[in-house]
Design a protein around this ligand. Structure first.
Ligand code: IMP
Ligand code: MG
Length: 217
């Protein structure tokens, strides 16, 4: 698997440090939003102060690894509700739009919601999800992503928490895939050009790694 890599953009240690910082920032902001202060008790010990108020919504499958590391560094009583969005009709390096592949939790009224994804690319996925969450009347909505590729934005979406801003390059690892593979790499890396352009490209990708077919929905 490592033989397919071209260059490591962010190594394991840097990811771990940044994820820990993000967990602290998000926890602090959620406690502020809930009006929980030190005098109300230690939120780490007294879960009652945040119980039923905080919902994290990771976008499967890419956000799986990031979410697992992030939430284990957060002392809050929170619940996790997975959502699935298919943004690619198969394996390709090109996003063609987003559609919801699993229902959002119905009851988000008055909850503090945090949408989590691996990467903010064109913004279609998180644009769609913020709209849908917004319709459910949450108390607040925040977006946390490990990576941001601002050069690629097509929809105006801003993340409240960004791990790393990266250039316009296709990356894999730490949850991000190409053709379903490489999610289990502990670092963020680019793939060798011949891996992306290989004729054996997964799921009918063209030699450029891009798929010409329009999404089915
Ligand atoms: P968006 O809707 O274009 O913002 O795309 C977001 C989704 O596209 C992410 O959740 C990823 O699954 C995928 N994606 C975007 N850029 C990359 C990349 O460089 N590598 C792997 N997946 C990517
Ligand atoms: Mg994804």
């Amino acid at each position: 698997m490592r033989g397919d890599l071209e260059r490591v953009l962010v190594d394991e240690a840097r990811i771990a440090r940044r994820v820990a910082e993000m967990a602290q920032d998000i926890s602090r902001d959620l406690l502020d939003a809930l009006g929980v202060s030190e005098r109300d008790g230690d939120p780490e010990l007294d879960g009652g102060l945040t119980e039923g108020r905080i919902v994290f919504i990771p976008v499967m499958t890419g956000a799986m690894v990031f979410t697992a590391d992030l939430v284990r560094r957060m002392p809050l009583k929170l619940s996790l509700e997975l959502v699935a969005v298919s943004s690619y009709p198969g394996a390709t390096t090109e996003s063609k739009g987003a559609r919801l592949a699993a229902e959002l939790p119905q009851d988000l009224t008055d909850k503090h919601v945090v949408l989590i994804d691996d990467i903010l690319d064109t913004g279609r996925t998180l644009g769609l999800l913020s709209e849908l969450v917004g319709e459910r009347g949450p108390a607040s909505l925040r977006i946390a992503v490990l990576l941001d590729k601002p050069a690629r934005r097509a929809v105006d979406v801003r993340a409240d928490y960004v791990g790393f801003e990266i250039p316009d390059e296709f990356v894999v690892g730490y949850g991000l895939d190409y053709g379903g593979y490489y999610r289990n790499l502990p670092e963020i890396a680019t793939l060798r050009a011949d891996v992306i352009r290989g004729e054996d490209g997964p799921d009918g990708t063209t030699p450029t790694g891009r798929q010409d077919a329009e999404p089915k929905a």
